[in-house]
Structure formats: structure tokens, C-alpha cells
Design a binder for this molecule. Structure first.
Ligand SMILES: Nc1nc2c(ncn2[C@@H]2O[C@H](COP(=O)(O)OP(=O)(O)OP(=O)(O)O)[C@@H](O)[C@H]2O)c(=O)[nH]1
Ligand SMILES: [Mg+2]
Length: 398
């Protein structure tokens, strides 16, 4: 299963442009609200150093370009959000339902302030993007709260009549969102709610609990999009609650298209591109590429790759590990060298990696081999970023 990233935000901010650029999938893009109604689902890539660098080996793999490894993640682009969505305004809760499975959310914000709260175009800098950040987070929290509110009386009765624990009863209500008992326990403990009976929780207890639970289980990072239109980026200094990356999704889309049609050479995430043959391009294309250079001067990279990487490595705190079947050749059975890179939470063990490879391999787990040190490691041994691991199991994948 791939790590799932959801794109969230008000209408007309560039979510689909971000999606299309990152996944190289053509989708509907338009300068009006609610261009997207049905969610778009595709594969994007996180960029990291490949383990081949450590071993100083060459391997022929599409996902490794000169030692830079591209690791697939699932990206979901959904309908825009308007204030009051949790009560059914705009397209209502549809977006939120589509974001259920996401482990992390990228909030795409029009940092240039050229769209109002409803997503209608307005002059640059005439709308305050900080308002969007506030309302989108509030909508998200209210949606979480709504899930609990509608079950609260039932939950309180259940706790009085049966021998269930509050942690268990609450986690059950959020299981569809990937929230675990461990998450609920941690948040309740932090807020000193473990000993307070749920029927005594005040409205503010519930809201504080919900906000903390949402932050823990659906972290958000900000793609400060349309940065190409901004006079300066001082506004980014005012975003202190979470990480914000200046972006120009439109520039990334243009570059990906130009690279695909052979006009330029461009590796996603880099701060430059090169034109393959100057004589081959039209005046119009030259002008467009000059504008791209101006964007690079302003924000260094288009920000798309940086945002995806920050989501996985900074906000989720994931690492990369490479399972192999042959610890000498570092290959699978077919001889492909370092064929697979897996993303998993920091602190994951050799057995966790086995579980990601296949449930049966984990069931029959005997030991593992750290291919960098050639040492035998146990099931509970914590992996480090870039580890290459052979798992020895009494069972093979069925
Ligand atoms: N200047 C500039 N315009 C952009 C950028 N990204 C997207 N746009 C434009 O913003 C408009 C909206 O883009 P979409 O990708 O359709 O926005 P969306 O958030 O998916 O919109 P909905 O699906 O309606 O919610 C289009 O006209 C895009 O060309 C950017 O980085 N810079
Ligand atoms: Mg869209």
C-alpha cells in the first residue's frame, strides 16, 4: 500500500494543477470554482538519495536517475471547500469524505490572494490567504467534531452500561479515518482527559480534543501556491502553525509538459532546466521558459517536489528502506538491483518492513540481514533511513 496524500483547499487555488503536474495526468483545470467534482487519484513521487549511492553501484531502473530515487505515493485531488462545508455548503462534505484515507494533507493555498473565499477570481493581494488557512482548518475540525457529536449520547450511554473504555469507544467512531486507539489515548492523556467521565466533558473539552486528534492523525502542510503572482513572500513569515512551502504549480506543469515533449531537460525538484535545442523552439515557447526562469529566481524551485517531500519526511517523519531477496547482489529473484523502496514511519522495525512486503513473510519472520553492515538483525531492530534489508522468513508470499 502506498502512502496516501490528500490535496485540500478552497476552490480555484490550483489543487488540480498541482495534481496534474505531480502525477503527469491530464485533468480539468479552470479559473472558476468547482472545476473538480469527482476526485482525481494518481501516483506522484517523493525524491530521495537512492541506496545505490552508498554501495557505489549502477542499476538500471526508471525510478533511479543518477542516484536520485523517486518513490511512489498516492495523491488524491478533491473538490474545493467553502466555509460551511461541514453543514453541506458548496459541495459539502464530499471533499472531506474523499480525504478519509489520506495520511497527510497538503493544503493548497492561493498565497497571492487572487481568489476570494468562494474561489472567485479577484485582483492579486485583495484577499487575505491567512483567512483561508483558518477557515479550512476550522472546517476540517468541525467535520471531525460532527462525527463525534452525532454519536456522543450513544457513546456516553455505552460507557455507563458496558465495560468498554472511553479510548476504545471513541477510536471506534474514527476508525474509518485511520485513527487508532493509540492516537486517542495519547491525545486524551496529553489533555488530561483520561480520568474525566465523557458525560462531564464540556463543549470546549470536546473541541480541544478534536483539534488535537485531527492535528495528530491528519497533519497538514501548506503549499503556498501562485507564489509567482506575489510581489514578495513576506506573508509566509506569518504562517507559524505548520510548514509552508512557496509553490507555482502552473510552472511545474509547464515544465513537465515541456520535458515530456522533449523541449527541455528537467528533473522535478531542481532549480533549473536546460533547453535541448534552442533552434527547435518557437518565440512563444521561449517567452514561457523565460517566465519560468523568473519564477526560479523568485522561489528557487517550483515547490511541488519540496512540498511532497516535506509532507512525507518532515510532517509524517517517514524513512525509506529497501527490501531485497539477495543480500550480496542486493536484488530480487529476477536480479533487479534495489528494485523496491518502501516508505515507513521512523521507528519502524525489521518486522514492520516485512509486514509491508507481505503479511506471510512477516508471519514466518526468522531474522533479517542489514545489507550495509552484513549483520544479522532481529524483528524489533529499528530501521534507519536508507537501510537495505534482507528478510529471512520460514514462509514465502502466497
Ligand atoms: N499564476 C498561477 N496560476 C495558477 C497556479 N496554479 C494554478 N493556477 C491557475 O488557477 C486556476 C485554478 O486552477 P485549478 O487547478 O483548476 O484549481 P482547483 O483548486 O483544482 O479548483 P477547483 O477544482 O475548482 O476547486 C487555473 O486558472 C490555473 O491555471 C500557479 O501556480 N500560478
Ligand atoms: Mg480542481
Amino acid at each position: 500500500m502506498l502512502v496516501q496524500i490528500g490535496l485540500l483547499g478552497k476552490a480555484n487555488v490550483g489543487k488540480s494543477t498541482f495534481f496534474s503536474a505531480a502525477t503527469e495526468t491530464p485533468v480539468q483545470i479552470g479559473n472558476f470554482p468547482f472545476t473538480t467534482i469527482e476526485p482525481n487519484v494518481g501516483v506522484a513521487y517523493i525524491k530521495t538519495d537512492c541506496a545505490c549511492k552508498h554501495f557505489k553501484i549502477d542499476h538500471n531502473l526508471d525510478l533511479c536517475v543518477d542516484g536520485t530515487r523517486f518513490v511512489p505515493v498516492k495523491l488524491v485531488d478533491v473538490a474545493g471547500l467553502v466555509p460551511g462545508a461541514h453543514e453541506g455548503k458548496g459541495l459539502g462534505n464530499q471533499f472531506l469524505d474523499d480525504a478519509r484515507q489520506a495520511q497527510i494533507l497538503i493544503h493548497v493555498v492561493d498565497i497571492s490572494g487572487s481568489t476570494d473565499l468562494q474561489g472567485q477570481p479577484v485582483p492579486v493581494a485583495s484577499h487575505d490567504p491567512l483567512e483561508d488557512i483558518k477557515f479550512v482548518e476550522e472546517e476540517f475540525d468541525l467535520w471531525f467534531k460532527h462525527i463525534l457529536d452525532r454519536e456522543w449520547d450513544k457513546l456516553t450511554r455505552e460507557l455507563e452500561q458496558k465495560a468498554v473504555k472511553a479510548v476504545e469507544a471513541i477510536a471506534k467512531r474514527f476508525s474509518g479515518l485511520g485513527v487508532t486507539e493509540y492516537d486517542v489515548h495519547e491525545v486524551m492523556q496529553k489533555l488530561d482527559l483520561m480520568t474525566k467521565k465523557t458525560k462531564e466533558w464540556s463543549d470546549s473539552d470536546i473541541l480541544t480534543f478534536i483539534t488535537a486528534l485531527r492535528k495528530k492523525t491528519k497533519p497538514i502542510i501548506i503549499a503556498a501556491n501562485k507564489a509567482d503572482l506575489c510581489k514578495d513572500l513576506d506573508i509566509l513569515k506569518k504562517i507559524t502553525d505548520c510548514k509552508a512551502v512557496p509553490c507555482s504549480a502552473e510552472t511545474e506543469l509547464l515544465l513537465r509538459k515541456a520535458a515530456k515533449s522533449g523541449i527541455v531537460e528537467y528533473v522535478p525538484g531542481s532549480s533549473s532546466f536546460s533547453i535541448k535545442d534552442d533552434s527547435d523552439i518557437s518565440e512563444q515557447q521561449k517567452k514561457a521558459l523565460d517566465l519560468v526562469k523568473q519564477v526560479f529566481d523568485k522561489i528557487e524551485t517550483t515547490g511541488i517536489q519540496k512540498t511532497l517531500n516535506a509532507a512525507v519526511f518532515d510532517a509524517l517523519n517517514f524513512i525509506t528502506a529497501y527490501p531485497v531477496e539477495d543480500e550480496t547482489k542486493l536484488s530480487n529473484k529476477d536480479g533487479d538491483v534495489l528494485p523496491d523502496a518502501k516508505l515507513l514511519p521512523k521507528g519502524s522495525t525489521a518486522k514492520d518492513l516485512a509486514r509491508i512486503v507481505h503479511e506471510d513473510i512477516a508471519k514466518g519472520f526468522l531474522h533479517a540481514i542489514d545489507c550495509k553492515t552484513k549483520q544479522r538483525i532481529g524483528a524489533d531492530s529499528q530501521l534507519k533511513d536508507g537501510d537495505v534489508v534482507k528478510i529471512v522468513s520460514s514462509l514465502s508470499r502466497s
